[in-house]
Design a protein around this ligand. Structure first.
Ligand SMILES: O=C(O)C(=O)[C@H](O)CO
Ligand SMILES: [Mg+2]
Length: 258
């Protein structure tokens, strides 16, 4: 069975960020992920991981000016120098946390714009090459347009084609089941087709993005399918708890670390 990673950006918001590591470990998680570690020092995060015996499953490279609406800069012309600096900053945190996969956000851009397409490919190629030097995978995640209007990478087929064209062994798909269901549906057949290029999976209910224990997806079936397909990576719990985080962990009890 894969290892579930608590997403500390979405879950455990009842605690301050660094205390969420302790709360997730106490709740039985063996791994964590979050969007961005950059509000804390690498040392502080490394300390929380060590004292809670947690694995760092994933985090994102810096996304540009998030508060101003940026959702990554990889597809934004004129930002390549900033992207290179962001890669180095993320690698500092990767060295401290031992993470082996990083997600590169593309940005708000037209996927049919030639400049954006060539800029994105240049950014992906550069970042994957730099991460490969450290034995780290670079992940690309298609995101649905309801949650992130105008996001450049909004289709799993486009991600699949780019990964194939680049042919880089450490360039992989971040398969967020929540996004795939909204964009394409047909999750099981997509998992069977794409698992060989998948570096990370994330889960949430659809349409509310809550705990994976209700609404239109049957996660008990999907967890079994992921197991049958032999996936042994992490599954990121990137969901918004309906109420208190701890009250919504009934689904997790069979998988919790004792
Ligand atoms: O939006 C998602 O599903 C993600 O995983 C991104 O990393 C953050 O927006
Ligand atoms: Mg996701």
């Amino acid at each position: 069975m894969p290892v579930f990673a608590a997403n500390l950006t979405m879950m455990f918001n009842e605690w301050a960020f660094l205390d969420r590591f302790d709360a997730a470990a106490d709740a039985g998680f063996a791994a964590v992920e979050y969007l961005f570690p950059y509000g804390a020092t690498p040392e502080a995060i490394a300390d929380r991981l060590a004292r809670n015996n947690l694995q760092q499953a994933l985090f994102n490279l810096p996304p540009g000016d998030w508060a101003a609406g940026e959702r990554g800069i990889a597809a934004l012309p004129g930002r390549f120098d900033a992207l290179k600096a962001d890669v180095e900053r993320a690698l500092d945190y990767a060295a401290a946390t031992g993470v082996r996969r990083l997600h590169l956000m593309a940005g708000i851009a037209d996927p049919h714009d030639e400049d954006a397409v060539s800029c994105y490919r240049r950014s992906v190629t550069y970042a994957a090459g730099r991460l490969a030097e450290k034995g780290i995978d670079l992940l690309l995640e298609p995101i649905n347009g309801r949650n992130m209007p105008g996001y450049f990478l909004n289709d799993f087929g486009a991600a699949e084609r780019l990964i194939a064209e680049c042919g880089l062994p450490n360039l992989k798909l971040q398969f967020d089941i929540y996004h795939h269901q909204i964009i394409h549906g047909d999750v099981t057949m997509a998992l069977r087709r794409l698992l060989s290029i998948t570096g990370h999976i994330q889960i949430a209910s659809v349409p509310s993005r809550n705990e994976p224990d209700g609404e239109e997806l049957n996660y008990a079936y999907l967890f079994g399918e992921i197991d049958r397909l032999g996936y042994d990576g992490f599954i990121g719990c990137e969901y918004i708890p309906r109420g208190h985080t701890l009250d919504g962990l009934g689904w997790f009890k069979p998988f919790a670390r004792s």
